[in-house]
Design a protein around this ligand. Structure first.
Ligand code: 2RA
Length: 333
């Protein structure tokens, strides 16, 4: 018996990737409905050999019965419509930041904390892309050596800002005079240390997401995180330079072995052959790729890593569909 699935925000960069991923991972779907705003309602979408007419998102549709609703339509849409759908007894997997820090709402990376899904129905929050790839790599290390502090700098692709940002970078690469629209400054040939809005404390919302989402997912609010989130002229995949200090001094070979064994991780670390992860390699894949694994020169409890993953796939759509798969698995238990 196939599933009744709805995708809200089906025409956005992540929504489209969710549809692609449902087909790619052969999720058994009986009925697939796509919802969006007036702007695109009525348009046709080809999905897995079917033609689907995009429906206008309304409170009434969210009160209907679905097995899963996948949301990627921004926080305000989730705030209103995911709540209605939850009230109606549906399971919602929401990619917006709206519910991530709400008490009682699971914030899930299946490889890390799928236990939080056991016996749960309602809204499930998909973490921020830059958080997902970091915790996929660090969770297995945290369980053995205990993380004290993380210092991370991100190098985030423009696809994280949606389709318009992809077009903006393309235009700027063709035309040196092309004016910035999505970003406050040119992104071609540039780096912007500014993702989302600045808080009074000098950190951006994107950086603070990496702090508090990481603490929630790893269930340890003693973990210190200092993040600098940077937009770079790359189309797909976020890269992260992560320096992590543990409570216990890690044996580097054991740490490497933990990463090799870690679910969802691909270790790419052979400097003599110039093997290390890059955005061009990870784009289109679901692996979280880890390289440049090395001990700090001064502190034996500190290790640096380079972590790269496709921000639209593992960073959003694939993680959301993996949550659906895990919830289906747990139903069968
Ligand atoms: C970005 N992580 O990369 C944010 C939202 N997707 O723009």
């Amino acid at each position: 018996m196939g599933l009744k699935i709805g995708v809200v925000g089906a025409t956005g960069a992540v929504g489209r990737k969710m549809l692609e991923t449902l087909a790619e991972r052969k999720i058994q779907v009986d009925s697939l409905r796509c919802f969006a705003s007036e702007r695109t309602a009525g348009q046709l979408i080809d999905w897995n050999g079917r033609q689907i007419t995009i429906e206008l998102l309304t409170p009434e549709t969210m009160k209907e019965s679905f097995d899963y609703l996948l949301f990627s339509a921004g926080g305000s849409v989730s705030e209103k419509f995911a709540a209605i759908a939850q009230e109606a007894g549906n399971i919602i997997i929401d990619n917006s930041s709206q519910w991530r820090m709400t008490e009682g709402i699971p914030l899930v990376v299946p490889e890390v904390n799928s236990h939080t899904l056991k016996g749960y129905r309602g809204i499930v929050a998909n973490p921020n892309c830059s958080t997902i790839q970091m915790v996929v790599a660090l969770a297995p290390l945290h369980r053995v050596f205990g993380i004290k502090r993380i210092v991370v700098a991100t190098y985030q692709a423009v696809s994280g800002s949606g389709h318009k940002a992809i077009v903006e970078l393309e235009n700027q690469l063709q035309d040196p005079e092309a004016l910035p629209q999505v970003y406050p400054k040119r992104i071609a040939g540039n780096c912007l240390p500014h993702i989302d809005v600045f808080n009074e404390n000098g950190f951006t919302k994107e950086e603070l997401k990496m702090v508090y989402e990481t603490q929630k997912i790893l269930e340890d609010d003693t973990i210190e995180v200092n993040a600098t989130a940077v937009r770079v002229p790359v189309f797909y995949s976020h890269s992260e330079s992560i320096t992590v200090t543990f409570h216990e001094e890690p044996d580097l070979e054991k740490l490497r072995e933990l990463l090799v064994q870690a679910p969802g991780v691909m270790v790419m670390d052979d400097l003599s052959n110039l093997v290390y992860p890059t955005p061009l390699f990870t784009a289109g894949k679901d692996d979280t790729c880890v390289g440049r694994i090395r001990k700090d020169l001064f502190d034996p409890k500190t290790v640096s890593l380079w972590v790269v993953a496709d921000n639209l796939r593992k960073g959003a759509a694939t993680n959301a569909v993996q949550i659906l798969e895990k919830m289906e698995e747990l139903k069968a238990v």
